[in-house]
Design a protein. Structure first.
Length: 327
């Protein structure tokens, strides 16, 4: 299927180039054009053919064949369905089109040709499946948080971002997790952002200063009240962070965890992963302002998903060697 689609695409492009007169600048697509393009069955977003490097689209390359069980197939189907609802919805399509921009609309469209989105990769650590989970109404994959925090790490020398999988790893392997922490010297930073995954269901965030007897600040986008957040803090959080701290320069933490109230994500949305990414980005801009509870945070689902997709596509695909700056 992929070979046939690639051959069809190459023939269409070659034919259009052979018949074309001198190239004239293409009109920038207006909001909503992406929706019209999909409904009309076009292969690439209007006005983006020149921006899309067809030869290097990973979705059009050979990939290994894997056998998925029934649950995995159902999950893939749900992600694809939610992705197209996200991109084509009458209400949000103009905003999605505006936020992603023409080049990324064409790129996302091209990637959707992949027959196996779980295997086809944009980067060795980021698959088409991960991108589609981000540009959908579904929970994001762990790779979205991991790659986004890697990008954030490249923008700051002040804040260290722990691997999002670390807390779960420490829960499973108990104190042996200390060996894992010898890899990165986080003590050269002034602050640490530590994502916390609760029961493979919900993402929250803990932050602290790199100093002995530091206070742990905890944020949860499913908050109802400060007391409710305090009662929902994982029982092992302080214990595991003390193991983390002893791998560097923190012999112990303040046993009293302090809650910072952040905006509540919309009920029914699967946005906790994006909220953690957004909190980390805002924290990196001015940690002390954030710790005082004065940071300007807004958890808008469409805006978070599109801006985070833009950052990842720029970093992983468009210009991975460029100097990175937070927008």
């Amino acid at each position: 299927m992929v070979r046939a689609e690639r051959r069809q695409l190459e023939e269409a492009i070659a034919l259009s180039q052979a018949d074309a007169a001198p190239v004239t600048p293409l009109k920038e697509p207006s909001p909503g054009d992406y929706t019209k393009m999909v409904r009309n069955g076009s292969l690439l977003s209007p006005g983006t053919e020149q921006a899309l490097d067809v030869e290097h689209l990973p979705s059009l390359q050979e990939h290994e064949i894997t056998i998925l069980d029934r649950d995995e197939m159902a999950k893939l189907k749900e992600v694809k369905k939610s992705h197209f609802q996200f991109m084509m919805g009458r209400v949000n399509s103009p905003l999605v089109s505006h936020l992603l921009g023409s080049a990324n609309l064409g790129l996302v469209d091209g990637y959707c040709l992949a027959s196996n989105i779980r295997v086809t990769s944009i980067n060795q650590n980021f698959r088409v499946y991960d991108l589609m989970s981000l540009l959908s109404f579904r929970p994001v994959s762990d790779a979205v948080l991991t790659c986004y925090l890697h990008w954030l790490q490249s923008t700051t020398e002040n804040v260290y971002f722990a691997n999002p999988s670390l807390f779960r790893y420490m829960q499973v392997f108990d104190n042996s997790a200390q060996r894992l922490l010898d890899v990165d010297d986080w003590t050269h930073y002034n602050y640490v952002c530590f994502p916390v995954n609760i029961n493979d269901w919900h993402w929250t965030l803990a932050v602290f200063r790199v100093q002995d007897k530091a206070t742990i600040y905890y944020m949860d986008s499913l908050n109802e009240s400060k007391q409710q957040v305090l009662e929902s803090i994982p029982a092992q959080l302080v214990e595991k962070l003390e193991i983390f701290g002893r791998s560097g320069c923190i012999s112990e933490f303040n046993p009293e965890v302090e809650v910072i109230m952040v905006p509540r994500q919309k009920k029914g949305n699967n946005d906790c992963g994006m909220c953690v990414n957004e909190m980390c980005k805002t924290f990196a801009r001015d940690p002390e302002e954030f710790l005082r509870g004065e940071a300007d945070l807004v958890f808008d689902s469409i805006i978070m998903r599109c801006t985070q997709a833009n950052a990842l596509l720029k970093w992983l695909y468009h210009d991975p060697c460029a100097d990175t700056k937070m927008s």
